[in-house]
Design a protein around this ligand. Structure first.
Ligand code: FES
Ligand code: FES
Length: 173
């Protein structure tokens, strides 16, 4: 069956069984790999994309339900050669990604939260990111990054990189 939608502003037509998870169509048919295939039961958030402005677990969404929608993924946040969004810059500045496996899902959920007028209120951010699992960061840095983006803070990422390098050299000595 043919199903049409857009991904990051580009029209797509896929041939798929209606109940195929959107996650599989994105990754296997369209080679859009930022949504991660992790638990595939709705429990971790790694597969999260934005569908018509709402954060959705793509592992739980049948592709038929995406017919006619506008889907966004991390690939569309900062197109090749484009500038990172303030949220992505804050993610780097606050070291909110360590292994990075969870980052795509968190970034899309947090992007939807901010676009819907989300503030730097910690409890509201925790609520918006509920059910997203990260095995590395302890969540503190992730929440700090979302709070920074909500406040409109900007960062010089070259200084962030220099700071990280200095720290590493300090450890080596
Ligand atoms: S892979 Fe979709 S929620 Fe875990
Ligand atoms: S940064 Fe490793 S799982 Fe989140």
């Amino acid at each position: 069956m043919s199903i049409e939608f857009t991904v990051n502003g580009t029209a797509q037509v896929v041939e798929a069984e209606p109940l195929t998870p959107l996650l599989h169509v994105l990754r296997e048919d369209l080679s859009i790999t930022s949504p991660k295939a992790s638990c595939q039961h709705g429990g971790c958030g790694a597969c999260t994309v934005i569908v018509d402005g709402e954060a959705r677990r793509s592992c739980l969404m049948p592709v038929e339900a995406a017919r006619g929608t506008a889907i966004r993924t991390v690939e569309g946040l900062a197109p090749a050669g484009g500038e990172l969004t303030p949220l992505q810059q804050a993610w780097i500045h606050h070291y909110a990604a360590q292994c990075g496996f969870c980052a795509s899902g968190f970034l899309m959920a947090a992007t939807a939260y901010l676009e819907q007028g989300g503030t730097d209120d910690r409890d509201a951010i925790v609520e918006a990111l509920g059910g997203h699992a990260c095995r590395c960061t302890g969540y503190v840095k992730i929440i700090a990054a979302v709070q920074a983006a909500a406040r409109g803070e900007t960062f010089d990422l070259e200084e962030t990189a220099v700071g990280a390098n200095t720290t590493i050299k300090g450890v080596e000595r």
